[in-house]
Design a protein around this ligand. Sequence first.
Ligand SMILES: [Zn+2]
Ligand SMILES: [Zn+2]
Length: 139
Amino acid sequence: MREESTKRRMTRQRRIILEELRMLRTHPTAEELFQIVRKRMPRISLGTVYRNLDVLCQSGLVLKLESAGQQAHYDGDVSQHYHIRCRRCGKIEDVYPEEVNGISDPTVCRRDYQIIGWSLIFEGICPDCSEDIVAENSN
Ligand SMILES: [Zn+2]
Ligand SMILES: [Zn+2]
C-alpha cells in the first residue's frame, strides 16, 4: 500500500491531451482531438485518446457532453456554464450563466444525491446556418 500506487498519476500523454483540450473552445469529439494531439505525439492512437479522456472525465478535469445519436464532445472548461447546439451543423458553443435568464437555483428533490453540478444543452440554429436558410429560401 505505497502512496504512489494509490495516487492517480498524470502521464505525459494525459497532460498533453488536457492541455490541448483546454486551449480549444470548440468542444471537439475524441477523433477531432486525436487529430490535434497527434501533431505533438505522432505515435498516439485514437484508443489511447479515448482512454485518457475517460480518466480525465472521471477525475472531473474534463466534461463529456453526450446526447442520443450523437458522438460525445469534450470540454476542458469545467467551470459552471451551459451549452447551445446547432441542430443543423452540430456545432456546440458555450453559454455563460449571465446570458441565461430564469434558471438560477434549481433543486433536486426525492433523491439522496449530493448535487455537485449540473449541465444543460440548449438547442437552436446558429447564426451561420440561419443565413444559409435565408439564402436557400430566396433562391
Ligand atoms: Zn449551425
Ligand atoms: Zn463548454
